[in-house]
Design a protein. Structure first.
Length: 256
């Protein structure tokens, strides 16, 4: 989609944007077509190939060249193909805080996202949110709060799942979640279930050392409009489960 956003080109400024999987034109991204240099708007040319955006939910960095020779940097959240619109994108732990990832995703998904904020406790009016009482927020400290993997929650005990309730219309969906290791090592599985959804569980995702990250996905079908429960479960009985972010897209996603 063409963008009318403008930003000031300046050393150290990073633009946060989104792109559909395998985007090969500016219209399939929310990258700005122009930036402000002083008080003048100047065109910016972005250098990328579709292969740069091959993997949904990756964050990739690209460089743009302004007409006057300046350069700007963008961090781009890769979304599934436009044929698989997002209905939820949750940056766990960013309740009431700025989420660069969520705001970037929203630039291409505002018409389809059900969550108007990056994260929240369950609210029946909006139909989604954290629905178990064992969430412990990881303090940001020296972590990069603009990286959706580095912030999030851990369970306050090893055996209790981290649970979200999500309202969904009838249909088939793919839920993908990302995990980050802040301490030792652990493995998690995603389980989705509901009154109108057969229980399905993902393969295990594992993070083995400080700073490591992993993600997993599960596809499920909702027979009638209803709530589903997503549980992030301890897969091996080791350390407590964690969650950094998750997204729900319509349809079945195919790995590149």
């Amino acid at each position: 989609m063409p963008t009318t956003l403008s930003f000031a080109a300046d050393t150290g400024i990073t633009i946060y944007a989104a792109a559909y999987q395998n985007a090969d034109t500016l219209r399939e991204t929310s990258l700005p077509a122009a930036v402000m240099v002083g008080d003048r708007e100047q065109a910016v040319s972005w250098a990328f190939r579709s292969s740069k955006f091959a993997v949904p939910y990756e964050t990739v960095e690209i460089t743009g060249t302004v007409a006057n020779g300046d350069t700007v940097t963008a961090k781009v959240e890769v979304l599934p193909d436009a044929a698989n619109p997002l209905v939820y994108f949750v940056d766990a732990g960013r309740d009431g805080e700025e989420s660069k990832a969520y705001e970037a995703v929203k630039t291409l998904s505002s018409d389809t996202l059900k969550n108007a904020v990056a994260d929240q406790v369950y609210d029946a009016g909006s139909g989604w949110g954290k629905s178990s009482s064992n969430f412990s927020l990881k303090s940001v400290g020296s972590l990069d709060a603009t990286d959706k993997y580095q912030t999030g929650y851990y369970s306050n005990n090893k055996t209790s799942s981290l649970e979200y309730t999500l309202y969904l219309e009838a249909g088939t969906y793919t839920l993908e979640a990302g995990f980050y290791e802040w301490w030792n090592n652990r493995s998690m599985k995603i389980n989705v279930s509901g009154d109108q959804t057969d229980s399905v569980t993902s393969e295990a995702a594992a993070v083995s050392s400080i700073g490591s990250r992993d993600k997993e996905r599960v596809t499920f079908t909702v027979r009638e409009d209803s709530n589903v429960t997503m549980k992030i479960q301890n897969a091996t009985g080791g350390e407590a489960p964690v969650i950094s972010w998750f997204a729900v897209a319509k349809g079945t996603l195919v790995s590149p």
